[in-house]
Write a protein that binds this ligand. Structure first.
Ligand SMILES: Cc1ncc(COP(=O)(O)O)c(C=O)c1O
Length: 385
């Protein structure tokens, strides 16, 4: 079955008790057992629930995996994967990653004896050079956050495996509509389901997806032991969001391409970072790795300083000033002061997260209205200057 059909039907079988076409939300925290010491499919909601199982079934299918696990947030999913490591192990992470992942690596995992090296994952030689004999996990994003770099997932999987490490891909930006990392050789796919999977800015959640029973069992053991599971109501909202995932991602990507073209002709814009533009260094690779569109995230650089950039980000009316992304409403933010504020200033500079950078999450509004909004915000700042 095609992606859209699976998004509607897999994991969404009618309720056998009532015939309801939408499975009910199970809120029970515990389940009656067949007998003392006998276990049914579900026993306690931290260990599993029918509502979470339905979502996990759908997401495993959409990501071409065999198993998925639903977490309380994207960060708890990321943490769940990283807890496979032991003190003394090493992680190689792409330099263009979500600020919260950077913080987890540098301020929490390092306290537990896990070391990290950041490497430009677009440069395969630099990426490989960061591995050592203690490396157990490599962590990348494509498109990268917030510079929209495109990383060759298949090549990174090959490098990681050659060094005896697993490759995990944060697929939040691309979504399985556009990229399915497990098909490219990755071992773990991670999502902040808070973003496109849910799609409506009303639920927090995370997912891990794998194509290997043993790896699933290891992740499940950590999740069940630590307890960061997705709640029932969030699970329901994210499952509902998935049914329109492909339509939203394709339409939002179309608007993003339009805005990228418009912005690249604006005199106050010095650079537009969007893989759909032919000028983007990852354009050809994105054309091969992303399925028919380039996503709805983009960044652009204003020829302005920190404060001028903040004023533009504060002057839009439709684009709302907020972190997060991937929902029906468009959002705008300044990575240096918002999503990537947890990077050390020096690392921000090294990795090109400059003060004039603005990141857009393009929503489902009409693209003409969005373009008008950006133009008026830039013009408003010009008047103040
Ligand atoms: C690319 C990416 N990965 C991970 C996360 C973390 O997810 P959550 O906020 O659901 O914990 C985010 C959140 O913004 C993100 O943008």
């Amino acid at each position: 079955m095609h992606f859209r059909t699976r998004a509607v039907h897999v994991g969404n079988e009618k309720d056998p008790a009532t015939g309801a076409v939408v499975p009910p939300i199970h809120v029970a925290s515990t389940f009656v057992q067949p007998g003392a010491g006998e276990w049914g499919e579900f026993d306690y909601a931290r260990s599993g629930s029918p509502t979470r199982k339905a979502l996990e079934t759908t997401v495993a299918s959409l990501e071409a995996g065999s198993h998925a696990l639903a977490y309380a947030s994207g960060m708890s999913a990321t943490h769940g994967a990283m807890m496979l490591l032991n003190a003394g192990d090493h992680i190689v992470a792409g330099s263009d990653i979500y600020g919260g992942t950077y913080r987890l690596l540098h301020k929490i995992l390092n306290r537990n004896g896990v070391s990290v090296s950041l490497a430009k994952s677009v440069d395969l030689q630099a990426f490989e050079a960061a591995f050592n004999d203690k490396t157990r996990l490599a962590w990348i994003e494509s498109p990268g956050n917030p510079l929209m770099t495109i990383t060759d997932i298949a090549a990174c999987a090959e490098i990681a495996h050659r060094h005896g490490a697993l490759l995990a891909v944060d697929n939040t930006f691309a979504t399985p509509v556009l990229t399915r990392p497990l098909e490219l050789g990755a071992d773990i796919v991670m999502h902040s389901a808070t973003k496109y999977l849910g799609g409506h800015s009303d639920a927090l959640g995370g997912m891990l997806v794998v194509a290997d029973q043993e790896l699933h069992d290891a992740l499940y053991f950590v999740q069940n032991s630590t307890g960061a599971v997705m709640g029932s109501f969030a699970t329901f909202l994210i499952a509902r969001g998935l049914k329109t995932l492909e339509l939203r991602v394709r339409e939002q990507s179309r608007s993003a391409l339009f805005l990228a073209h418009q912005l690249s002709q604006h005199p106050r814009v010095s650079r537009v970072l969007y893989p759909g533009l032919e000028s983007h260094p990852g354009h050809d690779l994105a054309g091969r790795q992303m399925d028919g569109a380039f996503g709805a995230m983009m960044s652009f650089e204003l020829s302005g300083n920190y404060e001028e950039t903040q004023r533009v980000a504060e002057s839009t009316r439709l684009f709302q000033l907020a972190v997060s992304l991937g929902a029906v409403e468009s959002l705008i933010e300044q990575p240096a002061s918002m999503s990537h504020a947890s990077y050390d200033a020096a690392d921000r500079q090294t990795h090109g997260i400059v003060d004039g950078l603005i990141r857009l999450s393009v929503g489902l509004e009409h693209p003409d209205d969005l373009w008008e909004d950006l133009q008026q915000a830039i013009a408003a700042e010009d008047k103040l200057a």
